[in-house]
Ligand binder design. Structure first.
Ligand code: 4NP
Length: 165
C-alpha cells in the first residue's frame, strides 16, 4: 500500500452555531495542511450543536477578520449528527458546553473517545476553552483567531507525530 492509497484522516471541529469558531478552525487547519502540500491526506470539516444557522456562511465579522489573515471561509453551517462519530477520526470541541453536548450525542463509549477539547492543543495560554465571540467586538474575533492559529499548529504537529496511526 502506498501513501496515496491511505484513507484521509478526518477531523471535525464543533462549536455552537458553526458560524464563528469552528469554521474558522477549519479554515486555519486547512490552510496549514494545504501549505504543507498534504491536502489529500486529511479531510477537515466543521459543524454546530445548534442548528439555527444551518446553510449560512460564517458570520461576516469572522469572515472579515479571517480574510485579513489570509483565510477565505466558505463553509456552510450544518448541525453535528451522531453519524459524524462513525465518519470522523477526531472531533474537536471549542468549549465545555460543546464537549458535553458531543458526549451526549456519541453513539458509543468507543466513539466518545474521539472527542477532544480544542484548548488541549493550546500552548502558552492559560485559557481552557475557545471563547464564543458572537457577542464580542472585533477584539473577540482576533483573540479567537490567535487561539485557533496556536492550537491548529500544535494539532497539526500532533497529527504528523501519529502518522503510522
Ligand atoms: P459559534 O458562535 O458557536 O462560534 O459559531 C455563535 C454563533 C451563533 C450563536 C452563538 C454563538 N447564536 O446564538 O446564534
Amino acid at each position: 500500500m502506498t501513501a496515496s492509497d491511505k484513507k484521509p484522516y478526518k477531523i471535525l471541529f464543533v462549536c455552537l452555531g458553526n458560524i464563528c469558531r469552528s469554521p474558522a478552525a477549519q479554515g486555519v487547519l486547512q490552510s496549514i495542511i494545504d501549505r504543507a502540500g498534504r491536502a489529500g491526506e486529511f479531510l477537515v470539516d466543521s459543524a454546530g450543536t445548534y442548528s439555527g444557522h444551518q446553510g449560512d456562511l460564517p458570520d461576516r465579522r469572522m469572515r472579515e477578520a479571517a480574510s485579513c489573515r489570509g483565510y477565505a471561509l466558505t463553509h456552510r453551517a450544518r448541525p453535528v449528527s451522531s453519524l459524524d462519530f462513525l465518519d470522523f477520526d477526531l472531533i474537536i470541541a471549542m468549549d465545555d458546553n460543546n464537549y458535553t453536548d458531543l458526549m451526549h450525542l456519541a453513539p458509543s463509549v468507543e466513539s466518545s473517545r474521539k472527542v477532544k477539547r480544542m484548548a488541549g492543543y493550546l500552548t502558552g495560554h492559560s485559557i481552557s476553552y475557545i471563547p464564543d465571540p458572537y457577542y464580542m467586538g472585533r477584539d473577540g474575533f482576533e483573540l479567537v483567531l490567535d487561539l485557533l492559529e496556536n492550537a491548529c499548529g500544535n494539532l497539526y504537529r500532533s497529527l504528523l507525530s501519529e502518522e503510522d496511526r
